[in-house]
Design a protein around this ligand. Structure first.
Ligand code: KG4
Ligand code: ZN
Length: 344
């Protein structure tokens, strides 16, 4: 079975071809391409939705043509088209879903709407087998911070989430306070190398609350005051900035990791997955691996390049759904706000 995946929910136009055998469950990525719009949006300090839609519109058709050529495939070889239908920016989603529907209709190929976060959640399966069910997933992206109990394909229960900003958003906003570019996560991670993570006292929000929720807006405000107390950005030298970046990274990651471990212990789940853009963070991956091992929890994470937005995860999520007998409804539309739990 050959699946064309299309992702255009935010600021990456991504296409991929996944070939899998639904009987034995084995598969591989045949080809994949990503066109990032980061350079376009960086000068605005964040994603401009209208600009994102226009860029997707220009990038998507030639990218699919190039992908098919790279894989030496024709439209007649494609069995399914999988497209991100939400959540995300409405205009950006409409470009991907309209394109998918059009090429699906012309070439008589069924089109399957995929939940973007389900794509992230299943992404560890792209570089190995999916962990056995049930498992807990920490989904950390630019717009979401979720703890999800996964009982099977399509059986997702959100057991914890952020009450305000997402972890990625906290990285992005804190980076801005440090004069760094968008997206802030990779910038902070790079600046944090060699920094002193104990120098500035930053809060670990919600860590001592007996629930599985998060809150990151107070952490961002604490960063704002820490920068002010250091005399403002202009008074901070490179070492000050490195130390601040290290403190932001360790405060954010400590909360994410400890709450994820708590979720596993509370739900009696021996396996933990982390996914989404923030899961590309090396410090987070290392800290999580260490604490999980200490608690007897097995950790699964996608390759860093499949943590951030990509289309291989969308094609793979479709493969897993088809393999489990879910064919998707014909009655669907681009859905900017879409709860993961509703898939159950
Ligand atoms: O999943 P993703 O690519 O897009 C969304 O669905 O939102 O996640 C993007 C987020 C951004 O907030 C970005 O700053 C963050 O992931 N991110 C990182 C790293 N790479 C991307 N955060 C921390 N460390 C990284 N290495
Ligand atoms: Zn994403």
């Amino acid at each position: 079975m050959i699946i064309l995946g299309i992702e255009s929910s935010c600021d990456e136009t991504a296409v991929a071809i996944y070939e899998g055998d639904p009987v034995n469950g084995q598969g591989r990525i045949v080809a994949e391409q990503i066109a990032s719009q980061i350079e376009t949006h960086a000068r605005f300090g964040g994603v401009v939705p209208e600009v994102a839609s226009r860029e997707h519109l220009m990038a998507l058709p030639p990218m699919v043509d190039a992908l098919l050529a790279e894989a030496s495939l024709n439209w007649s070889d494609i069995d399914h088209i999988a497209v991100t239908a939400g959540p995300g920016l409405l205009g950006a989603l409409l470009v991907g879903t309209s394109y998918a529907r059009a090429v699906g209709m012309v070439n008589d190929i069924p089109v399957m709407p995929i939940h973007h976060m389900e794509g992230h959640l299943l992404a560890p399966g792209l570089s190995g087998d999916l962990p056995a069910f049930p498992f807990i997933t920490l989904l950390v992206s630019g717009g979401h911070t979720l703890l999800v109990q996964v009982r099977g394909i399509g059986k997702y229960e959100v057991i914890g989430q952020t009450l305000d900003d997402a972890a990625g958003e906290c990285f992005d906003k804190s980076a801005r306070l440090l004069g760094l570019r968008y997206p802030g996560g990779p910038e902070i991670a790079q600046m944090a190398v060699g920094g002193d993570a104990h120098r500035f006292k930053l809060p670990r929000p919600m860590l001592n609350r007996d629930n599985l929720n998060f809150s990151f807006s107070g952490l961002k405000t604490a960063v704002m005051y820490a920068v002010k107390n250091a005399g403002g950005l202009s008074a901070m030298n490179e070492k000050d900035q490195q130390d601040m970046a290290a403190c932001i990274e360790s405060a954010t990651c400590e909360v994410l990791v400890k709450k994820s471990i708590r979720a596993c212990l509370k739900m009696d789940a021996p396996r933990l997955v982390i996914a989404g853009g923030v899961a590309a963070n090396t410090y987070l991956r290392t800290l999580l691996s260490e604490l999980a091992e200490a608690n007897g929890i097995e950790v699964h994470m996608p390759h860093p390049k499949h943590c951030t937005d990509n289309a291989a995860m969308i094609a793979y999520a479709a493969f897993q759904n088809i393999k489990s007998g879910v064919l998707g409804s014909k009655d669907w539309d681009a859905t900017p706000r879409w709860s993961l739990s509703s898939l159950s």
